[in-house]
Design a protein around this ligand. Structure first.
Ligand SMILES: Nc1ccn([C@@H]2O[C@H](COP(=O)(O)OP(=O)(O)OP(=O)(O)O)[C@@H](O)[C@H]2O)c(=O)n1
Length: 432
C-alpha cells in the first residue's frame, strides 16, 4: 500500500534528522474515511538531500522541490518499477516499488503565467501549511506517532496549523487565511473549491464563496489545459450536475467556457445517468445552457478551445449532437434510417442525453421491435463493392448510392437473400 511506502520514506528522513509528514489530500481522505488516491510526503529536507537519501528517485517538479521516490510497498497499479532481478510482467503478487511524491516544505509566489509559481522558497511545515489552498488540504500527519499505530484510528498524529480538523467536522470548505490572497496566488483554486465542495458534499464558507465571485473573471488568466483538466475531474465524478450548478452560482461558468455567464437551469444534466461519459455530460450541459438548436458545431469548436478537449471527446460531442438532431425526426423516419441511427457509434451516449431530455419514450418503445424483427439493426450486407465491380459498374457516386439503397432494402426486409439483393442492384443500375 502506498501508505506503507510513504511511511518507510518518512522513517528514513527522520533517521537522518529531518522533519517529515504525510501531507495534503491523503490526510484529509483518511480522516473522512475515504481511501486516499495516493500518499504525498512533505519534509524539511531539501530536494538534493532527498535525492541522495533515496537512490530510486527522480525529480518531477524541481522548481517546486518535488522528488518522486520509489519505495517498497504493495503497488495496486502493477506497472511500478520491477524489483532488481525480477522480470517485468511477472504475475506473482508481490511487493513492488511504489512512486511517492516527496516535496520540500515551501512557500510559493504568485502563478503569474497561470501555470507555475514565479518563485519557490523552502520553509517550515507551518508555513508550508499556510500556503496551501483549503484548510482541509492543509493537514499533516505523523504516521509514526505512538498514538496512531493503526492507520484507521482517529489520528492523534494529525498536525493542524490551519483549523482543518474543525472544518472537516463541520463539512466546510474554507480557504486558508485570506481567501483573496489564496485565490490570487493561483486562480485555478477557484475551480478546485467547486470540485472539493461538491465531491465531499461540503458547504462553501461564505467569505470563500464571496472571494470567488469577486475574482471569477481572473480564471481566464489560467492556462486552458489546467481549466479543462479540472473541469474533467469535476464532471467525471457522480456530482457533475451539482458542480455545474455551483460553477454557475459562483459565476465561474463564463470564464471556464470562455463565454458569457448564464443563469441556466441544470435540468438535463441533473437527470443524466452517471454512466454518461465526459462528452455526453458536456453535451447535456451545453443543452441546458443554450438549448439543442444552439448546440452547434461552432459552439463545440469554442468549448474545445476553452477546455482543451481531446480529439476523441470533440468527435464524440459532435457525434452525439448530430444524432440528437437526427433523433428529432424519429416519428417520420423510415425503418432503415431508424436502424442506422440505433447502430451508430456512441448512440448509447446519445440515448442517455435524449432520455435526460425526456424525449426518448418513442425510441425506447420502438427499439425492441427493430432489434427483434429477424433482421436486426446491423446485419452483414448481402452485397458489397466487389459485387458491383463484378457487374462492371464503375466506382463513383452512384456506386455508394446503390450500396446504401440495397442495404436499406435489406434492413427493411424488402430483399432477404443475396440473389434477390444482386437482382435488385442490377435492376436499379439499369434504371440509372
Ligand atoms: N492549486 C493547488 C494545488 C494543490 N495544493 C495543495 O497540494 C495538495 C495536493 O494537491 P492535489 O494532489 O492536486 O490534490 P489532493 O488534495 O491530493 O486531492 P485529490 O484527491 O483530488 O488528488 C493539496 O492537498 C493542497 O494542499 C494547493 O494548495 N493549491
Amino acid at each position: 500500500m502506498s501508505r506503507d511506502a510513504a511511511t518507510t520514506i518518512i522513517q528514513t528522513l527522520r533517521e537522518h534528522g529531518h522533519v517529515a509528514y504525510l501531507a495534503g489530500g491523503c490526510v484529509r481522505d483518511r480522516l473522512l474515511g475515504v481511501a486516499p488516491k495516493d500518499h504525498d510526503v512533505a519534509t524539511d529536507a531539501p530536494p538534493d538531500v532527498v535525492q541522495k537519501l533515496f537512490r530510486r528517485s527522480q525529480p518531477v517538479g524541481e522548481a517546486f522541490g518535488v522528488i518522486l521516490v520509489y519505495a517498497p510497498g504493495i503497488n495496486p497499479n502493477a506497472d511500478a518499477e520491477p524489483q532488481r532481478g525480477e522480470a517485468s510482467g511477472t504475475d506473482r503478487p508481490q511487493r513492488r516499488f511504489v512512486p511517492i511524491e516527496v516535496a520540500t516544505f515551501r512557500t510559493e509566489g504568485v502563478y503569474s503565467d497561470g501555470r507555475r509559481p514565479d518563485e519557490v522558497n523552502f520553509t517550515t511545515a507551518e508555513h508550508d501549511a499556510q500556503r496551501r489552498d483549503f484548510t482541509i488540504n492543509g493537514l499533516f500527519e505523523d504516521p509514526l506517532h505512538p498514538d496512531t499505530p493503526n492507520p484507521d484510528a482517529d489520528g492523534h498524529g494529525v498536525i493542524d496549523y490551519v483549523g482543518g480538523r474543525a472544518d472537516l467536522e463541520s463539512k466546510t470548505l474554507r480557504a486558508i487565511g485570506d481567501p483573496d490572497r489564496r485565490f490570487g496566488e493561483d486562480y485555478l483554486r477557484m475551480l478546485r473549491a467547486v470540485r472539493f465542495t461538491t465531491r465531499l458534499g461540503f458547504t462553501l464558507d461564505p467569505s470563500t464563496a464571496q472571494a470567488i465571485r469577486n475574482l471569477s473573471k481572473f480564471l481566464s488568466q489560467i492556462s486552458r489545459e489546467r481549466i479543462g483538466g479540472e473541469l474533467q475531474l469535476m464532471l467525471t465524478t457522480p456530482h457533475f450536475a451539482a458542480s455545474a450548478d455551483l460553477l454557475q452560482q459562483l459565476r465561474l461558468d463564463g470564464p471556464t467556457l470562455n463565454e458569457d455567464h448564464l443563469d441556466a437551469e441544470m435540468s438535463v444534466l441533473t437527470r443524466l445517468s452517471p454512466d454518461a461519459g465526459y462528452a455526453a455530460k458536456l453535451t447535456a450541459w451545453m443543452i441546458d445552457r443554450h438549448g439543442l438548436a444552439a448546440a452547434t458545431p461552432a459552439r463545440v469548436r469554442r468549448w474545445r478551445k476553452a477546455l482543451c478537449l481531446s480529439n476523441d471527446d470533440t468527435d464524440t460531442l459532435n457525434r452525439i449532437l448530430r444524432q440528437l438532431h437526427a433523433a428529432e425526426d424519429w416519428a417520420t423516419m423510415s425503418v432503415a434510417k431508424r436502424k442506422r441511427l440505433l447502430s451508430m457509434t456512441d448512440w448509447d451516449q446519445t440515448l442517455l442525453v435524449w432520455r435526460a431530455m425526456k424525449r426518448a419514450d418513442a425510441i425506447d418503445a420502438d427499439t425492441p421491435a427493430l432489434i427483434e424483427d429477424g433482421i436486426g439493426l446491423a446485419p452483414a450486407p448481402l452485397v458489397d463493392g466487389a459485387d458491383l465491380i463484378a457487374m462492371q459498374l464503375k466506382p463513383g457516386p452512384l456506386f455508394k448510392t446503390l450500396l446504401d439503397q440495397v442495404y436499406d432494402a435489406q434492413l427493411e426486409g424488402r430483399v432477404t437473400d443475396r440473389q434477390a439483393a444482386l437482382a435488385w442492384v442490377r435492376q436499379s443500375a439499369s434504371e440509372g
